[in-house]
Design a protein around this ligand. Structure first.
Ligand code: SAH
Ligand code: SF4
Ligand code: F3S
Length: 452
């Protein structure tokens, strides 16, 4: 047993946040105590992200800050977890002397042994990737979070090898978590009062466990608790299952919101990106989503300035985004990553100022689209799940619609975890303002949506 205090700081995607909860569970089982300030900890872990250069830069800077903390505090252990582990393990330990432990995303069960090695005065590393590890039997411990919404990881790794992306190298091969262990975790969350679960994987529609595919998983998951809402992230446009669209349309607790990353609106660019769909196929999928699920909200990821991007290809992205009218978009300038196909075979040849200008155009257009979409919401009704107090005032609550839009309204007698029917009264490009009408349940709301 180990009675040290630990602190975990997490960067990167939702999957990394879910992983930190697994590490939490492993350390608490060892007898260690989680703390919320780095300064109070005996062991500091940074769960890292490699997706773009600036993500790594932030982590390096943070590690340097922790090194100065180490100078003032003997016996402070600093560890690196996650996606940067493999890539920079040698630099971390040999050259920079910043950290004592490096643990890759599939080696978290080994952390107690690695900590013991450090106590014996050694540096400890395990960056082995696994073909099987899904941490299926570990119940994540959610020490941060709002107690209302939770992430549940359903698969790990990625086999898609998009030419720009480092994830297949940092996280290894794709593998799916057994259905029973996913359903067990969802049931536990429901018993603890959680009201919303997002199922996570780098490529969720590749989920495959025995004869169970992703649509069947969503079907089973949503039946565990009809008053719990379900989302998922991220699916890949190349093989999005149409039966899932019908299931979402029929099932009240499957949210009418799909994050469906396009990356680019140009077929020639998509080919260079090794995304096996064309602009036309993508738009066809979007049309299906909109016609099968009326009112569906859509979001995307876009990369500006990938290798050899022409002005025309950039314009194709602009027009695609204009046609789809996304409710939300995550937009990035291309950042070259070692080991990817693009790094080995292509030239990162779009000048920085051009990348920036294109990204700015994409962002500005998207902000205008969001504002327009949000204005259309004024006067409409939504069922909002309250996640907590609004950032600006404790007299206001905030939560999300089924379509994933953030809504703020007066607190009245309502509480975190309630489903409230609201009428939208105003908006910005990012938030809706509303008048709360009544506390309701999902099933009741769907049986009789327009409350008078
Ligand atoms: N598995 C998810 C994406 C995970 S990474 C999916 O395929 O949808 C999140 C996003 O980061 C990607 O969708 C992509 O838009 C962006 N991204 C990945 N590699 C990048 C790079 N080298 N430069 C800039 N953005 C990148
Ligand atoms: Fe990266 Fe593509 Fe896998 Fe997403 S699908 S994680 S972008 S390789
Ligand atoms: Fe980053 Fe790894 Fe996620 S590289 S985006 S933390 S899978």
């Amino acid at each position: 047993m180990n009675n040290k205090r630990f602190y975990i700081e997490t960067y990167g995607c939702q999957m990394n946040f879910a992983d930190s909860e697994i590490v939490n569970s492993i350390l608490i089982d060892e007898g260690m105590t989680p703390v919320h300030e780095a300064g109070e900890a005996d062991v500091i872990f940074v769960n890292t992200c490699s997706i773009r250069e600036n993500a790594e830069t932030r982590v390096w800077n943070r590690l340097k800050e922790f090194r100065s903390l180490k100078n003032g505090k003997k016996n402070l252990t600093v560890g690196v977890l996650g996606c940067m582990a493999e890539r920079v393990r040698e630099q971390i330990i040999d050259q920079e002397q910043l950290v004592d432990i490096v643990v890759g995303p599939d080696a978290y069960r080994d952390i107690p042994n690695l900590l013991a090695e450090v106590d014996d005065g050694r540096k400890a590393v395990n960056v082995l990737l696994s073909l099987e590890e899904t941490y299926a039997d570990i119940s994540p411990v959610r020490t941060s979070g709002n107690g209302v919404t939770a992430f549940v990881s359903i698969m790990r790794g990625c086999d898609n090898m998009c030419s720009f992306c480092v994830v297949p190298f940092t996280r290894g091969r794709e593998r799916s978590r057994p259905l029973e262990s996913i359903l067990r975790e969802i049931q536990q969350l429901s018993d603890q009062g959680y009201k919303e679960v997002t199922l996570l994987g780098q490529n969720v529609n590749s989920y495959k466990y025995r004869d169970i595919d992703f649509t069947r998983l969503m079907d089973e998951a949503s039946k565990t608790d009809p008053e719990m809402r379900f989302r998922f992230s991220s699916p890949h446009p190349k093989d999005f299952p149409e039966p899932l669209l019908h299931l979402i349309a029929e099932r009240p607790n499957l949210c009418n919101y799909i994050h469906i990353p396009a990356q680019s609106g140009s077929s020639s660019m998509l080919e260079r990106m090794r995304r096996p769909y064309t602009r036309e196929q993508y738009l066809e999928l979007i049309e299906k989503m909109k016609s099968i699920i009326p009112g569906v909200a859509l979001s995307t990821d876009i990369i500006a300035g990938f290798c050899d991007e022409t002005e025309e290809e950039h314009q194709d992205t602009m027009t695609l985004m204009e046609m789809v009218e996304y409710d939300l978009a995550y937009m990035f300038a291309y950042s070259e990553r070692e080991r990817t196909l693009a790094h080995r075979k292509y030239d990162d040849n779009v000048p920085e100022d051009v990348k920036k200008r294109r990204l700015t155009e994409i962002i500005q257009q998207q902000m205008a689209i969001q504002e327009k979409n949000n204005k259309k919401e004024i006067g409409s009704r939504h069922l909002v799940l309250v996640e907590g107090e609004s950032k600006r005032s404790d007299q206001q609550l905030s939560g999300r619609t089924d379509t994933n839009k953030m809504v703020v309204f007066d607190r009245k007698e309502y509480q975190k975890g309630d489903y409230i029917e609201v009428e939208i009264t105003g908006c910005t490009s990012a938030t809706l303002m509303a008048r709360p009408l009544k506390k309701r349940s999902i099933s009741e709301y769907h049986a009789e949506p327009a409350l008078v």
